[in-house]
Design a protein around this ligand. Sequence first.
Ligand code: SAM
Length: 245
Amino acid sequence: TSYGFREVPDGQKQGLVNQVFHKVAKRYDIMNDVMSMGMHRAWKDAMISALNPRKEPGYKVLDVAGGTGDIAFRIVEASGRQAHATVLDINGSMLGVGAERAEKKKLSGNLTFVEANAEELPFEAGGFDAYTIAFGIRNVPRIDAALSEAYRVLKRGGRLLVLEFSEVDMPLLDKIYDAWSFNAIPQFGKAITGEAEPYQYLVESIRKFPNQENFAAMIRQAGFSRVTFTNYTGGIAALHSGWKL
Ligand code: SAM
């Protein structure tokens, strides 16, 4: 479906995404609350419950597109401050905000921040117990490359969890959601950062992302077993799970 926004060629996508997050980094956390009406917190909490991180020091998680650290902080806390989380993001501005937040929360000892691309992870094979990515994979130009990298860096028995906006499957909610995302989100973006277009792009990227079934198929394609998904809030977001067995 076209919503009248200009098409972004794949080769330019990463550059545009980087601009958006560079501009918004300092206001990213507040924007998340405004644009999701606070719901992102509940979805993230549900993701961490699904992961159920082991409470032991050797437990290692890689949080990709980790941005300002929301997922990694929750994992470290849920492990009783035992786990180690690597926060990886392509954007140094987002990581900078994350590192500051980590200091304030006194979590820095459990965290490493790495600036890199999800399509090409700077890690050896088989090092992580879990790979998490929240609201990040739709921004990655080559999703299949990101998924095979996820598979590569996980240990045997390791877990993949992907939280992402998905296809709304409730009759009235989809109308409300469309109105919210195509009108309110670019408006808020403009009010907060001075520009609407990058937000129109982000909304468009949600529409283009494969639906639950199709994304589950891509995860299987990358080699993962026992692939399942759970919808949150009528499918506004969905959590996909897979195992490297
Ligand atoms: N996971 C965090 C959260 O849930 O609050 C941040 C999500 S934010 C919507 C998306 C993040 O993906 C941004 O920080 C952006 O820089 C990052 N990103 C975009 N493309 C990426 C890529 N190719 N590799 C790694 N990170 C990427």
